[in-house]
Ligand binder design. Structure first.
Ligand SMILES: NC(=O)c1ccc[n+]([C@@H]2O[C@H](COP(=O)([O-])OP(=O)(O)OC[C@H]3O[C@@H](n4cnc5c(N)ncnc54)[C@H](O)[C@@H]3O)[C@@H](O)[C@H]2O)c1
Ligand SMILES: [Zn+2]
Length: 368
């Protein structure tokens, strides 16, 4: 090797996201967190890395070192983990920090963490001085396949989840599968609920990679991550600001899933577990309402089991779940609209499900 050869080229897959007028790359590759500075390519500007205590303890040092090596002045803000951090109070603290740093338009906010950090730091980046450069560096499976791609950023407000938010596309997304090595098992399952959702919606190679991927859930094949990012990018590309209806398909499994999450007081089931049950319900309803054949529905149910998601609904009252279906802010004019499947890879959105069938599917989730 020549003495001046410099660091080895970054081995990464790149997926391009085209959202309206904006275009950005999602780089996926082992070891990329340590090379985030090179990828940012913004020497002589400053970066604020926002992270939570768990993630920072593992990964902050290498990210800061990489930014410094690339000539970027960098500071860090490390927050407590958990959904409570996605709040206006913490957001205000983040604005204070950016203000004290004298951050301006050319500076970068790096969101290093799961969806909580991505949504919060993303919202701060979107709004501080009408927009700083945002780099998403997701460290949970859920954030890699879902939250970090697509530009939705938000904080919670009072009872409302994601109540204060906007669409703000990042300049770059950096996904390092090595970071998944430290992810707690429950979070792995949470990511798999969205991966199975994508697999069933996309069908084809994405579904095949999903079925193969369950053998090693904690260390997903980078090709599976890539397929999921490509799928999300394609949906986002057709509906960057959720106005054409295409993005609604991503609500698959979430109508019943969200009701289960709320009925369980956000304690009985995690979001991913609730969505897993919601996907089971959606498959059952698809067989009855949109002509999904029994073999395909069975394939979906088996995949959910293999992904380690719950088999049946327990510890939550059926009546509460049935009452809560369609009560979230996504339900238009009172009627619960479902995303169901005609076939794997062919979703139908806006399907009206009669109230009797809604109760029946909840009973089935309990009795199966
Ligand atoms: N913007 C979007 O499109 C979108 C999509 C889906 C979900 N979300 C949001 O994402 C949030 C959920 O995100 P999440 O599931 O990533 O949760 P999270 O950010 O709370 O992370 C889960 C837990 O894992 C820890 N953690 C993260 N990475 C780790 C790692 N590599 N090693 C060890 N521990 C690690 C965190 O500290 C936390 O305790 C919700 O607020 C949800 O609303 C947003
Ligand atoms: Zn979800």
């Amino acid at each position: 090797m020549r003495p001046d050869a410099g660091p080895a080229p970054v081995a990464a897959v790149s997926v391009t996201v085209r959202a309206g007028l904006e275009t950005y790359e999602v780089r996926i590759g082992a070891g990329l967190l340590g090379r985030l500075g090179e990828l940012c390519d913004r020497p002589a500007t400053q970066a604020l890395v926002v992270s939570d205590e768990n993630v920072a303890s593992w990964y902050l040092e290498r990210v800061m070192a990489g930014l410094e090596a690339a000539g970027m002045r960098s500071a860090a803000m490390v927050l407590p983990p958990g959904e409570q951090t996605k709040s206006p109070v913490v957001l205000a603290a983040l604005y204070d920090r950016l203000y004290d740093l004298g951050a301006g338009r050319h500076d970068t906010v790096v969101a290093l963490g799961g969806g909580v950090i991505g949504d919060l730091a993303g919202y701060a980046a979107a709004t501080f001085q009408r927009g700083l450069r945002l780099v998403q560096a997701p460290t949970t499976l859920l954030a890699m396949v879902d939250a970090a791609v697509g530009g939705k950023v938000a904080v919670d407000f009072r009872e409302g989840k994601n109540y204060l938010g906007t669409f703000y596309q990042p300049a770059l997304v950096v996904e390092d599968p090595d970071a998944l090595a430290t992810l707690p098992e429950r979070e792995v399952h949470g990511g798999w609920a969205e991966i199975v959702k994508h697999g069933l919606l996309a069908g084809g190679v994405t579904l095949a990679l999903t079925e193969a991927g369950v053998a090693d859930k904690a260390r997903p094949d980078p090709r599976l991550l890539e397929a999921d990012v490509r799928f999300k990018a394609a949906v986002v590309g057709r509906d960057p600001r959720e106005t054409t209806g295409v993005r609604a398909m991503l609500n698959f499994g979430h109508t019943v899933g969200h009701a289960i999450e709320v009925a369980g007081g956000f304690a009985r089931y995690s979001h991913g577990e609730a969505v897993g049950l919601g996907l089971r319900a959606a498959l059952w309803l698809s067989e009855r309402l949109t002509g999904l054949d029994a073999a395909a529905a069975g394939r979906g149910q088996r995949l959910l089991s293999a992904a380690g998601l719950p088999e049946r609904l327990t510890g939550v009252a059926a009546a509460d779940v049935a009452r809560l279906i369609g009560r979230d802010k996504k339900a238009a004019a009172g009627a619960a609209r479902f995303v169901l499947l005609e076939e794997v890879g062919r979703p139908a959105t806006g399907v009206v499900v009669p109230p009797e069938l809604q109760s029946e599917v909840v009973a089935w989730l309990i009795g199966r």
